[in-house]
Design a protein around this ligand. Sequence first.
Ligand code: GLY
Length: 488
Amino acid sequence: MRYEDVMRLALERGFYAPSCEIYSDAPAGFWDYGPLGVALRNRFIDLWRRELIRRDDMIEIDGSQIMSKSVFVASGHLESFADPIVSCMKCRLTLRVDRLISEKTGKIIPERMAVEDYDRLLKEHDVRCPRCGGGLGGVSMFNMMFKVRVGAGGEDAYLRPETCQSIFVDFPRLFKVMRGKLPFPVAQFGKSFRNEISPRQSLIRLREFYQAEIEVFFNPKYAIDAQKFEEVRDYRLKLALGEGVEEVSCIDAVERGLIPNRLISYYLALIQQFYEKAGVDMGRFRVRRLGEEEKAFYAETAFDVEVETSLGWIELVACNYRTDYDLKGHSRVSKEDMEVMDGGEKIIPHVFELSMGVDRSIYCIMEHAYHREDGRDVLKLKPALAPIQVGVFPLVNRDELPRKAREIYNSLKKDFQAFYDESGSIGRRYRRQDEIGVPVCVTVDYDTLRDDTVTLRDRDSMKQIRIDIPKLASRLNDLYRGEDALQL
Ligand code: GLY
């Protein structure tokens, strides 16, 4: 499906919409989740907790969004978290230089090059303002952090540009109170903020966005215990190699030098398995090792988890080997001891992170799930992600059927996110549930009044079975504990 189809669905059915949309001065890059979007996002995070946090015995924290200036002196963001920009000398439009040159030349232009090199490329390709055709000024660097002033004294502080800084500054206390030992994975779901030059494509590039980040602290000498790695040893990662994607087992990827060590290979497997369970089309999924000029300033080695959509390949997870860069920086600036005992010696742990963009993951899952077939629009979400889990309808809106259907709805909604609908034709009611991904619908008809059975209809196959009302809840429980749609 195309971006425009997902946008229409999102706006018309209450998944997400632009923030402050009734005002003309609403800034770009801020979006609100509606009722179905909140439910989908919550289920996505529930799945992340199940498939990563609980599976790997991680701990989770929730840090503040405003952090002190010193944090970003130590992390390097004050100095290095900047994008190259250029302004039109005629209409004053400001743009990201790398994207502008990329659009003009059709080539990938790195985000991190010397300012003079961008200036040279602009001249070489005679790049002009895309809005008015005017000439461009000189390239400069723009820091993307939002500065805030705290309290009446107006102390400088910043909205965090990545959630993981809370994990790094909390590390000494966490390690102590949790009686940690390496490897020590810490997770966090929360908001981050980046003053993007050109926010665009709804949930894809936002200024205020959700991240679900995992920071694994480890000793590079020992990295990972053998038993854990055994779980994924033969699991095949989809690695972008050359022009295509090659499936390489976790062990072969390390032995061929495609991935630096077993710990990184193990966590890449976990994240790939997570997206498989979240319903991403694995034929349009790849893990790509980044080149020197593509990596963030703190990363020694980096992989992007990418998914192909109608907008091209989208980065969903940045997997960065950050070495001891962050803990050393915080130790230097705060004077806090970040060393821990491991293998009989004191070390500053290294970090490997899985930094997931939640909003853009939700967009990609919606686009991959959205199908137009048999004269209907259907969102084939995995049941575990469905915002509404069961629709309940009376076949017709008369006699005893609505009363009986409401009775079933009232009972199911104690355990499931249920939706009751008695308006319009039954076919139309099914279509409305299909479009928002409701995996099953229960219909009460005249037989129900005689034999206490209802029909259960599967969203994907549209097949129906009759089922005893007392068995309904356990059948739905099986569905939501499993991973695939109800196969009737
Ligand atoms: N923590 C890495 C990132 O935000 O991209």
